[in-house]
Design a protein around this ligand. Structure first.
Ligand code: 6GU
Length: 241
């Protein structure tokens, strides 16, 4: 997968050199290109923002640098007929979920446009954005951290990135439930014991226990997820959980 990221703070994306995403890059599974938006600003001051029409606080990102950036980046694929999917992280976007991450993991070329939170001129979004994505109901100072979040969720779904494919498909949210708690040695820590069933070697019983714990946790912590699943089951007539 190729990923281009356009930002006024390329250094903010330096965590992409580390850990799982960094390893995926080193192994050639993920090809990341960082771009400083200012290189496309056409005025002497390399300005990227201006005051909002209609008044109000803060600044709005000017169309000109974005238009130049996206025209140039998209042209990189023109020779072999490839077209990137252009993503704009924004608090007014569609909510990011595990299913959304899986959808993006199938795309060969993504472009992330990182704006400041007052936003990018709406004409840029209208012309260029395929996806506007929000990572949650709070406001960040810019799209850079949201891009890190989205890319980490997507990268670990790329074939060959996570060693054991089961650790991806067993994740919380893949089946719509929170995962059961996990334990490692020692079997006894102070007065706390690892549940006996996990040490029983009875894999059917372990599977039942994990399913029951997942349901119990989800009902307690995220009843909205169960309600959504029940609704989906009612909609397709396949029965509930
Ligand atoms: Cl994607 N961007 C910003 N700036 N704030 C956010 C967000 C994105 N998602 C939630 N809050």
């Amino acid at each position: 997968m190729r990923v281009d990221i356009v930002t006024i703070f390329p250094d903010y994306l330096s965590p992409l050199e580390l850990s799982l995403v960094g390893r995926a890059r080193a192994r050639g599974i993920l090809d990341v290109h960082l771009h400083d938006l200012r290189q496309w600003a056409d005025d002497v001051h390399r300005s990227v923002d201006d005051a909002p029409y209609g008044g109000g606080p803060g600044m709005v990102m000017r169309p000109q640098p974005w238009w130049a950036a996206l025209t140039e980046i998209r042209a990189l694929g023109a020779a072999d007929g490839r077209r990137p999917r252009i993503v704009v992280p924004t608090p007014v976007g569609r909510p990011f979920t595990q299913a959304y991450a899986a959808d993006l993991a199938d795309v060969p070329w993504l472009v992330f446009c990182c704006g400041r939170y007052e936003g990018i001129d709406a004409r840029v979004i209208d012309e260029w954005a395929d996806d506007e994505i929000s990572i949650g109901d709070y406001v960040l100072a810019g799209g850079e951290v949201a891009t890190l979040v989205i890319l980490e969720a997507v990268t670990r779904l790329l074939p060959g990135v996570v060693g054991n494919a089961e650790s991806v498909t067993d994740d919380s949210f893949t089946d719509g439930l929170l995962e059961a708690p996990v334990y490692t040695r020692p079997a006894v820590w102070g007065d706390r014991e690892v549940p006996a069933v996990l040490r029983s070697g009875d894999h059917a019983a372990i599977g039942r226990w994990r399913r029951a714990e997942a349901l119990r946790r989800t009902a307690q912590r995220r009843p909205d997820l169960l309600a959504r699943q029940d609704q989906a089951a009612a909609d397709d007539g396949s029965g509930g959980t």
